[in-house]
Write a protein that binds this ligand. Structure first.
Ligand code: ASP
Ligand code: MG
Length: 482
C-alpha cells in the first residue's frame, strides 16, 4: 500500500462482525469482503468476526439431534445439504485455483469431522452438550475459511483464526463464560503479530474453548459477543455489527410501517429493548463494549452507505424522551388476590419461589400499594403449571380465604416504551397514557422499572398492534419532530 493511503488511515482498530445473512451466500460474502476491504483502507487495523452461513447452525443442530435419535438417513442427508451449500458458494466465489483447492481441502477435513462426530453420536446414542458444541462449531469454522480465502483472492493478506485459541471459557458447554484476563492475553498474543504483519484476521464468532482446549460455544447468537470481547481485548476504537436491516428501529416495521431507524441509542436503551423483545443485541453480548465505552454500530451489509445505528454511553437527555416501542406477545397475566394479604410478609416471596420452581421467567411484576393483589406476567405456555404451583403453595391461605383466588388472564401483550431520556422528565407517562386513552385502549397493568429507562403496559392481545402504533404515532413521532 502506498504511503499516501497509509497516512489517510484512521488510527486504531475496528472490529467488524458479519451475521449469518451477511455471509450466507456468495453474493453476501462478496459484499462483506468489499466492506472489509473498503474499511481496511480507512483504519489502521481491522479484525473480522463471522457467523456461520445463515441456516447452517440450525441444520448442524438438526444433524446432531437426528443422529442421536437414530435417524441415520436424515443426518446423512442434512450433512450433505450443508456440504452442498458450502461447495456451491466456493464454486461461485473462487477462481484462483491454488486458493480454491486449499479451501476445498480444508472444508473437506471439516466435513469429515462432522460426519465422524455424527456417526459417533449415532452409535453411542448419546448427545452431550459438549458433543453438541463440537458439531455446531463447524459452521463458523467453515465460513471463516471461506471469507478469508476470498479476501486473499482479492489481494489482501488474511488468515482464518479459530477463536478456540483466543477465547478461553469455563466448562459450561453451550453457554460458556469467558475467563476474561486469560482470554485477553491469549487474544493479544495471537492477533497482534498478525496485525503487525498487515494480515486481516477472520475470526470464528460464537465458538471458544475451555482450558483443556475442548471446543465450547457462547450461546446462540454468540458471534456478537465474540466481536464485543475482541473489541475489549484489543482496545478497539469501534465495533460494527453488520446485519440485514438498516439499524435498530423505533418499532417493528411489520406492525408500524412508519417505523424509522434510530440514529443514536445509549447502551441502557439498547439493553432495555433487548429485554423487551426487540430483535437487537443481547445485553450480555454488549457488556464488554459497554464497560470499555467502545461505540457499537449496527449496519446493513446490503445498504452499506446508510450510516445505521450508533450505540454509546453518551448524553441521554438530549435525545427524544421515548425512542422506541416494543411488544412481547404470547403472554398470560397471573393475579394473586385477597384482602388477607395485607401486611402479611412473605406472600410475594412464596409466590415467586413457586413460579421459579417451574423455571418460568417472570417478565413483569406489579403490586398495588393496598397489597390486595400481586400480578405478574409469564409466557402462556407456562400458565397452567404456574397457576397450579401458586395454588399449591397458597393452599392454606386459600382455605382460610386470606387469598380469594389465583387466576390467569391469557392472551396479553406487554407493550414497552423505551427511552433513557424519560429519566427525570415528568409527564412522559401522562403523554403515553393519553395516547392510549385517545383510542380507548384498556390498560390492564402497568410497570416502570426503577431504572426509568422504560414504561411497560399490559394490554389484551387484540389491542396490542394498535397500542404500539398509537404510542409510535403520538409519542415517538411527535417528539422526533418537536
Ligand atoms: N451461528 C451462531 C447462531 O446461529 C452464532 C451467531 O450467528 O451469532 O446462533
Ligand atoms: Mg446470528
Amino acid at each position: 500500500m502506498d504511503e499516501d493511503k497509509v497516512r489517510k488511515k484512521q488510527a486504531g482498530l475496528l472490529v467488524m462482525k458479519f451475521g449469518g445473512t451477511s455471509v450466507g451466500s456468495s453474493g453476501a460474502i462478496t459484499q462483506a469482503a468489499r466492506i472489509v476491504q473498503d474499511e481496511y483502507a480507512n483504519w489502521q487495523d481491522v479484525v473480522v468476526v463471522v457467523s456461520a452461513m445463515s441456516g447452517v447452525t440450525d441444520t448442524l443442530i438438526a444433524c446432531a439431534k437426528s443422529a442421536v435419535a437414530g435417524n441415520q438417513e436424515t443426518y446423512i442427508d442434512l450433512v450433505h445439504t450443508v456440504q452442498e451449500k458450502h461447495q456451491a458458494v466456493v464454486d461461485e466465489l473462487m477462481i484462483e485455483l491454488e486458493l480454491k483447492l486449499k479451501l476445498q481441502e480444508e472444508l473437506a477435513t471439516l466435513f469429515e469431522a462432522l460426519r465422524s462426530l455424527c456417526q459417533g453420536i449415532h452409535i453411542m446414542g448419546e448427545l452431550t452438550p459438549r458433543g453438541m458444541d463440537a458439531v455446531v462449531s463447524l459452521g463458523e469454522r467453515m465460513n471463516a475459511r471461506v471469507v478469508s480465502a476470498l479476501l486473499q483472492q482479492n489481494g489482501f493478506a488474511s488468515r482464518a483464526v479459530e477463536a478456540t485459541s483466543l477465547i478461553i471459557t469455563d466448562d459450561t458447554f453451550q453457554h460458556a463464560h469467558p475467563i476474561m484476563e486469560f482470554s485477553r492475553s491469549k487474544t493479544r498474543a495471537a492477533l497482534q503479530p498478525l496485525l503487525g504483519d498487515h494480515i486481516i484476521p477472520v475470526v470464528t464468532g460464537f465458538i471458544a474453548a475451555n482450558r483443556e482446549g475442548i471446543t465450547t460455544t457462547l450461546g446462540r447468537g454468540g458471534s456478537d459477543y465474540t466481536a464485543a470481547l475482541l473489541g475489549d481485548f484489543l482496545d478497539a476504537r469501534e465495533v460494527w455489527t453488520w446485519t440485514d436491516v438498516d439499524g435498530v428501529m423505533t418499532a417493528d416495521p411489520r406492525t408500524v410501517p412508519e417505523a424509522r431507524v434510530i440514529p443514536e441509542l445509549t447502551y441502557n436503551e439498547v439493553s432495555e429493548m433487548a429485554y423487551f423483545g426487540a430483535k437487537v443485541l443481547h445485553p450480555q453480548t454488549i457488556r464488554p463494549v459497554v464497560e470499555r465505552e467502545i461505540p457499537l454500530w449496527v449496519k446493513n451489509t446490503f445498504n452499506p452507505i446508510f450510516p445505521g445505528t450508533r450505540i454509546d454511553g453518551s448524553s441521554e437527555t438530549e435525545r427524544g424522551r421515548i425512542t422506541a416501542v416494543t411488544a412481547i406477545r404470547g403472554l398470560s397475566l397471573i393475579t394473586v388476590e385477597g384482602r388477607g394479604m395485607l401486611g402479611v410478609p412473605g406472600i410475594a416471596a412464596r409466590t415467586f419461589a413457586a413460579v421459579a420452581r417451574h423455571e418460568a421467567s417472570v417478565l413483569m411484576i406489579s403490586q398495588s400499594s393496598s397489597e390486595q393483589s400481586i400480578c405478574f406476567v409469564i409466557p402462556s405456555d407456562m400458565e397452567a403449571a404456574v397457576l397450579q404451583a401458586v395454588e399449591d403453595e397458597m393452599a392454606l391461605e386459600l382455605t382460610r380465604r386470606d387469598i380469594d383466588r389465583v387466576w390467569a388472564q391469557p392472551d396479553v401483550v406487554i407493550v414497552t416504551a423505551i427511552g433513557a431520556g424519560m429519566r427525570q422528565t415528568p409527564g412522559v407517562s401522562a403523554h403515553l397514557f393519553g395516547a392510549l386513552g385517545k383510542e380507548n385502549i384498556n390498560v390492564i397493568a402497568i410497570a416502570q422499572g426503577s431504572s426509568e429507562f422504560s414504561i411497560s403496559v399490559v394490554v389484551a392481545a387484540a389491542d396490542a398492534d394498535q397500542a404500539v402504533r398509537q404510542i409510535h404515532k403520538e409519542v415517538i413521532c411527535n417528539e422526533l419532530s418537536e
